[in-house]
Design a protein around this ligand. Structure first.
Ligand code: HAM
Length: 427
């Protein structure tokens, strides 16, 4: 029998890559904490109904991409395809609105969509997202956009573009959809098969088609921005003004329609030209009706999610994965030395050092080779002679300088050692 393989569209995140994940989470956590966003963790599976009602049955995500199954009690459950619906379900169920004011939340975790896998598109992927619930003010839209750009910039990303649109309120959208259908109907036979099917179900998604002829046809289609009512227009203008005030550059893209049905007013994406086909690294927008549609009180909201795998593809183009520095590599050989090395490693770790204890039991030469490869700043060497008189050899890897030192003295001079190591790591 062949070895079992990971499921198509899923990936193992191996230790050599995990530094990127930690780097993103650390940077995001710092930036989000400064703006007083609190982390929330919701379940990975929910009732299927939540996504059908929340994301919309006419969307590709609900119609074609969900991992839905019956559990042993015959309940229909779905692996979450995105994070917003679960956060809103929790907000309502846990009465987070009862605390009053604005809830600022963030989350990270795996999401599942049955899509055709390719670079930057997987069936299990990860998002880092924020949701602000309870604020209608356009400053909330701009605060969340600002946080996304800050996180991406702090990670050193360049060549990013912010695309902005307004999809108005439900009345604006109904008027617009009608105008779009009226415009497209005479061309129906010329549209690609997906778009023909969308004409009645979800006409705005036709603007997203990758088909050349469909794109030619939609080039002259009516624009949503011409169908915004006064309030929607005012909101959109304020968002733009505030972005300009914050020196955040953006491009208005009236064809930007997001793949989830809950959006109202602001919709945006941050794209990178360095990503190949899957250009969106972050997507989000306002969703003022979702909380009430899912049975909660009327609560305006706005948020976004960053695709972690896509962000990591960009980081990989720029830098090697950050790896935590190892202070000491501990080499030992001999009946007395080996147990003593375990104890010394424990004491040095308690004193705050990172210590890689060689557990191989192989000869000194092999252990030294591994010490060289480990990238550690220094090596500690314990043979039976050292174990006998409670000393240890300390060898600085860069200079090859070596000295014998009593183990007690080593443990008494931890502050000095820390300074020496930090100075070497900086170089
Ligand atoms: P979304 O645009 O569907 O929005 O996904 C957000 C991001 O997740 C995308 O821009 C992309 O980077 C990443 N992503 C989506 N699908 C995949 C996939 N199959 N493989 C790899 N990465 C993927 C949402 O999910 C909304 N919940 C965002 C939001 C939060 N809107 C308001 N609040």
């Amino acid at each position: 029998m062949g070895a079992i393989q990971a499921i198509r569209g899923t990936r193992d995140i191996l230790p050599e890559e995990v530094g990127y994940w930690q780097q993103i989470e650390t940077v995001a956590r710092q930036i989000l904490q400064k703006a007083v966003y609190q982390e929330i963790r919701t379940p990975i599976f929910e009732q299927t109904d939540l996504f059908e009602r929340g994301i919309g049955e006419a969307t590709d995500v609900v119609g074609k991409e969900m991992y839905t199954f019956l559990d042993r009690g015959e309940r229909s459950l779905t692996l979450r395809p995105e994070g917003t619906a679960g956060v809103v379900r929790s907000y309502i169920e846990q009465s987070l609105y009862a605390q009053g004011g604005v809830q600022r939340l963030w989350y990270t975790g795996p999401m599942f969509r049955y899509e055709r896998p390719q670079a930057g598109r997987q069936r299990q992927f990860h998002q880092l997202g924020v949701e602000v619930l309870g604020a209608r003010d356009p400053r909330a839209d701009v605060e969340v956009i600002n946080l996304a750009t800050n996180i991406l910039q702090a990670l050193g990303l360049k060549n990013l573009e912010l695309s902005l649109n307004s999809v108005g309120d439900s009345e604006d959208r109904e008027n617009y959809k009608q105008a779009l259908v009226d415009y497209l109907t005479p061309y129906q036979a010329e549209l690609d098969p997906d778009s023909q099917e969308r004409l009645n179900r979800n006409p705005m998604r036709i603007l997203d088609s990758k088909d050349k002829r469909t794109q030619e046809i939609t080039a002259d289609a009516p624009r949503i921005l011409d169908y915004l009512g006064t309030d929607s227009q005012r909101h959109f203008e304020l968002v733009q003004q505030l972005l300009t005030d914050l020196d955040i550059t953006y491009q208005i893209n009236p064809r930007l329609v997001r793949g989830l049905d809950y959006y109202t007013h602001t919709a945006f994406e941050i794209q990178s030209q360095d990503l190949g086909a899957q250009t969106a690294v972050c997507g989000g927008g306002r969703y003022d009706k979702l909380v009430s549609e899912l049975g909660g009180p009327d609560t305006p909201a706005v948020g976004w999610a960053i695709g972690m795998e896509r962000l990591i593809l960009l980081l990989q183009q720029m830098q090697a994965a950050p790896n935590p520095a190892i202070d000491f590599y501990l080499v030992s050989r001999g009946e007395k030395a080996e147990p003593q090395a375990l104890i010394l490693a424990e004491k040095m770790r308690s004193a705050g050092f990172t210590v890689d204890l060689d557990l191989s039991g192989s000869g000194f030469a092999k252990q030294f080779k591994r010490a060289d490869k480990s990238g550690s700043v220094a090596c500690l060497v314990l043979g039976d002679a050292e174990a006998e008189n409670q000393t240890v050899k300390l060898k600085w890897m860069a200079s090859k300088e070596q000295l014998a030192i009593a183990q007690s003295e080593l443990l008494n001079s931890t502050d000095k050692l820390r300074q020496q190591i930090d100075a070497l790591v900086k170089i």
